[in-house]
Design a protein around this ligand. Structure first.
Ligand SMILES: NC(=O)c1ccc[n+]([C@@H]2O[C@H](COP(=O)([O-])OP(=O)(O)OC[C@H]3O[C@@H](n4cnc5c(N)ncnc54)[C@H](OP(=O)(O)O)[C@@H]3O)[C@@H](O)[C@H]2O)c1
Length: 308
């Protein structure tokens, strides 16, 4: 039988943090910490919590994740995503705990035609990406017993994400514009949580890409979301997709593909941020499923969360 680990989860109320708590609770002892209990920008607070709990593992799921907000709040972005990450790494080191740190696909500029590998040179195109990249570097400097996981396009029934945004817009609009020139991999937080669970039971420290298998554009992701909730998709000659409901209570929608230039946001996004889970795979550790499989399995739960 495997040992029960004491796991301190920081950022436990977030999308990923809450799911990590749920999944790890099945086999380990989980101590969840909210921002009030563990503000990662406050080193003394993080250190004294770690010394009180004496965990085997600390999982840092906390971050300033408002990608557009980071553009106008550069100092907050670096304080939370870089200095905060460093603080958690110091606390883990001080109490001899392993560390799981979460990073992002947005460390890359999107110029590569292929999926990115762990050791492709990063070159962020926005402040969020820079702050997360510096966070990775600071974590590595402070704590060699770290698993750094780059995740992407997260969704769940909890919190704000693309799946929930699409389903909400469908209730308000007959036509939805979605960008067609950003490619990535939708990833369900529960799958990341299971991957974390597997990793923390090893000593395979290092940098990992950790997303679902496969990839799509934001537009293709939107089409798949609507197919999963019971729409039939018919492509139009102009590239738009007409969505016809198969079930009662839904109304027809048109999905219109637009370019990022037609849909300006404060933060630039990489055109390609598909990650290959190369380092997980070569060590026989990759358990991430295909993104379509997870979306189909989760959509009902997400739909119910919106209807509440
Ligand atoms: N969401 C994505 O698509 C995506 C993509 C790539 C990478 N990631 C990374 O994945 C990780 C998890 O993201 P997520 O989507 O679960 O984020 P989320 O839902 O926005 O949750 C972030 C959590 O961090 C907490 N937090 C913020 N500032 C804090 C501070 N100073 N001290 C302690 N806690 C603080 C928040 O608490 P409050 O709610 O109380 O503020 C919240 O619980 C992050 O590292 C993020 O950068 C996410």
């Amino acid at each position: 039988m495997k040992a029960v680990l004491r796991v301190l989860v920081i950022g436990a109320t977030g999308q990923l943090g809450s799911e990590v708590c749920k999944v790890l609770q099945e086999t380990h002892e989980v101590i969840p910490a909210t921002r009030q209990e563990a503000d990662i920008t406050n080193l003394p607070q993080i250190l004294s919590l770690a010394k009180l709990v004496i965990p085997d593992i600390i999982i840092n799921a906390a971050a300033y994740t408002d990608v557009d907000g980071c553009e106008s709040n550069r100092e907050k972005a670096f304080l939370v995503n870089a200095v905060g990450a460093r603080n958690v790494a110091i606390a883990a080191r001080e109490v001899g705990a392993k560390l799981v740190h979460i990073s992002t696909d947005y460390v890359f500029d999107g110029g590569k035609d292929e999926p990115y590998l762990e050791y492709d040179p990063p070159n962020p195109v926005n402040i969020y990406g820079w702050s997360k990249l510096v966070g990775e570097q600071m974590v590595r400097e402070q704590n060699p017993r770290s698993f750094i996981l780059r995740v992407a396009w997260l969704y769940s029934a909890h919190g704000r994400n693309f799946v929930k945004t699409m389903l909400k817009l469908a209730r308000e609009q007959e036509e939805i514009r979605v960008v067609k020139d950003q490619r990535g991999t939708p990833t369900f937080v529960g799958d990341v949580a299971h991957q974390i669970k597997l990793l923390i039971e090893t000593h395979c420290y290092g940098l990992y890409h950790c997303t679902s298998q496969g990839s799509c554009t934001r537009f293709q992701f939107a089409v798949e979301i609507f197919k999963c909730v019971g729409y039939k998709a018919e492509s139009n000659p102009d590239g738009s997709v007409h969505l016809i409901p198969n079930t009662q209570g839904l109304r027809p929608i048109t999905l219109r593909p637009v370019t990022s230039a037609e849909f300006p946001t404060p933060a630039k996004r990489p055109a390609n941020s598909v990650l290959e889970n190369f380092m997980l795979r070569v060590q026989g550790l990759d358990i991430m499923p295909h993104w379509k499989e997870s979306l189909a399995a989760q959509i009902q739960r997400i739909k119910e969360a919106i209807e509440q």
